[in-house]
Design a protein around this ligand. Structure first.
Ligand SMILES: NC(=O)c1ccc[n+]([C@@H]2O[C@H](COP(=O)([O-])OP(=O)(O)OC[C@H]3O[C@@H](n4cnc5c(N)ncnc54)[C@H](OP(=O)(O)O)[C@@H]3O)[C@@H](O)[C@H]2O)c1
Length: 269
């Protein structure tokens, strides 16, 4: 009798242990598909990298892409002073001076393995030099270093990141002042030449990278109300950035290598 009681108690305890163990196993095996399902539910957010994103057109582009749900990597020469950029949703601020190769290499290391769908080379300067007699050669060289060589450095350095994406778009912010055809007024020494060089770089880039599915363009943002454009400029920065985004969104492969305005028109080279 006692043996029977001991046996039945033993069987009951064993069954309870098996029941608890089966609950544990099922809860663990349920957790795996759930978390997998969670991963699968994540929607893909495209990534844009914008140079000179701490103010002006670059900051407004960053704001609009952030609001549209993009992951934004905005560069600034002084990240600790780029609070508006840092406070945007899904925005990451990275230090970059486009004239400094060490700074570009630090950016490359920081973004290693990160795919970039859209690169906007926006950083630029416009020191005014109105007559040939007054050209400051050092300043001329620096304008070219920022406006022409800067985008070359950044594009070259981030090519692996761009190649890893599906969209593969490179947008170089130029100016209508870079048009040789339209230059009847002269002036703007250094700036005109720097943007004409950027235009030519973009044409070559478009030709070389077309077989890989890249779209590379230059776009004139209008005469825009920023520190560079001044308060008398006719185009509010929001309108310029909205126009640029709209052109970028609608680009087809055959649009690569073209000279656009933010209103979607073509400028003669
Ligand atoms: N505004 C216009 O009317 C107009 C017209 C035609 C074309 N664009 C072009 O549009 C682009 C943006 O112009 P914007 O009006 O927004 O100018 P902006 O308000 O003067 O801003 C220029 C941006 O470029 C950055 N930058 C300057 N030098 C740099 C360097 N060495 N390395 C990295 N970043 C640097 C600035 O950073 P810091 O704050 O550190 O100086 C700033 O973020 C430029 O390429 C410009 O040529 C403008």
């Amino acid at each position: 009798m006692n043996t029977n009681i001991i046996e039945s108690t033993f069987i009951q305890i064993t069954l309870k242990l098996l029941f608890v163990a089966s609950l544990l196993v099922s809860s663990i095996s349920c957790a795996q598909p759930d978390s997998d399902a969670g991963e699968n539910k994540k929607t893909y957010a495209a990534t844009v990298l914008i140079t000179g994103a701490n103010r002006g057109i670059g900051l407004e582009l960053a704001r609009q892409y952030s609001e549209a749900g993009w992951q934004v990597i905005g560069t600034a020469r002084q990240p600790d002073r780029a609070m508006e950029l840092a406070n945007l949703n899904n925005a990451r601020v990275v230090q970059l001076d486009v004239t400094d190769q060490d700074s570009v290499m630090r950016l490359v290391n920081e973004l290693s393995g990160q795919s970039i769908d859209l690169l906007i080379n926006n950083a630029g300067i416009l020191p005014m030099m109105r007559s040939v007699a007054n050209i400051d050669i050092d300043q001329f060289e620096y304008i070219v270093a920022v406006n022409s060589i800067g985008p070359v450095r950044v594009t070259q350095a981030l090519l692996p990141n761009l190649r890893a994406s599906q969209q593969k778009k490179i947008i170089n912010i130029t100016s209508n002042l870079g048009s040789i055809t339209d230059n009847t007024g002269g002036g703007f020494y250094g700036y005109r030449e720097s943007k004409a060089a950027l235009n030519m770089f973009t044409r070559s880039l478009a030709a070389e990278l077309r077989p890989e599915g890249f779209i590379c363009i230059v776009i004139h943002p209008g005469w825009v109300q920023t520190d560079m454009g001044g308060a008398n400029a006719p185009v509010p920065v929001q309108e310029s950035a909205t126009g640029i985004r709209s052109v970028v969104d609608s680009l087809a492969p055959e649009d690569s290598g073209k000279y656009w305005t933010f209103e979607g028109e073509q400028i003669p080279w």
